[in-house]
Design a protein around this ligand. Structure first.
Ligand code: B16
Ligand code: MG
Length: 213
């Protein structure tokens, strides 16, 4: 492998909890219950699609204009949360693994649906580990479309077949495969069944663990 492409939310940091709090505040305001289990459905999904799912759960109809306003409101609250993030919120084992890859001179990129990627990378100090950032600010098609990962490979000037993706969402694993890349699932084995390898977290993980795929 010449390059390593990482999803952000749920792989390098746990920003899902902030997405949850911000969506929950909107649901509270609209008068319905939004649970952590419901929040699972929003992982890896774009902001507007997440809102559609939320409104479906609450059985609420909104005009396009109202949707834009609600999404903006949620995002402002979400940005309040993530602007307080620190390096201590990088998930266990992530930095050690990134250091190992960088020491070998391998290339790294972010492949995330989030438009807030730059702020999270800056606040956690993760930005120094990446050669390229493909995120929601430059892509037009959501995962499982391969666009975000193909963009990352292109920015790194590496053939997609020489890239490996780390993903926590089923749609992200599909996107990696659609890009012709191998995918390591980070999370639950019974959910990420299509991944080439599934790990619970990066704790104790090293390049050696990738030898089998
Ligand atoms: P934003 P990832 C995704 O990030 C999140 O998993 C998903 O919950 C969120 O709705 C999406 O980013 C868009 O995020 O509202 O910040 O643009 O997992 O692809 O890194
Ligand atoms: Mg994710």
């Amino acid at each position: 492998m010449k390059a390593y492409i990482f999803d952000l939310d749920g792989v390098l940091v746990d920003s899902a909890k902030y997405h949850y709090l911000a969506w929950k505040a909107l649901a509270d305001k609209l008068g319905f219950v939004f649970t952590e289990k419901d929040n699972e459905r929003l992982k890896g999904v774009s902001r507007m699609k997440s809102l559609e799912i939320l409104l479906e759960i609450g059985n609420i109809k909104m005009s396009e204009e109202e949707k834009e306003k609600a999404a903006e409101e949620k995002n402002n609250l979400y940005r309040d949360y993530i602007s307080k993030m620190t390096p201590s919120e990088i998930l266990p084992g992530v930095e050690n693994f990134l250091k190992e890859i960088k020491a070998l001179g391998k290339k790294t990129a972010i492949g995330s649906a989030s438009k807030n990627t730059p702020l999270i990378l800056e606040k956690t100090g993760l930005d120094k580990y990446f050669n390229a950032v493909a995120d929601g600010t430059i892509i037009t098609k959501a995962k499982p479309d391969p666009e975000v990962f193909l963009k990352g490979a292109e920015m790194l000037n590496v053939d997609p077949k020489d890239c490996i993706v780390f993903e926590d969402a089923v749609s992200g694993v599909q996107a990696a495969h659609n890009a012709g890349m191998k995918a390591v699932g980070v999370g639950d084995k019974s959910v990420l069944t299509m991944a080439d390898l599934v790990i619970k977290s990066f704790e104790g993980f090293s390049l050696k663990c990738l030898e089998t795929i």
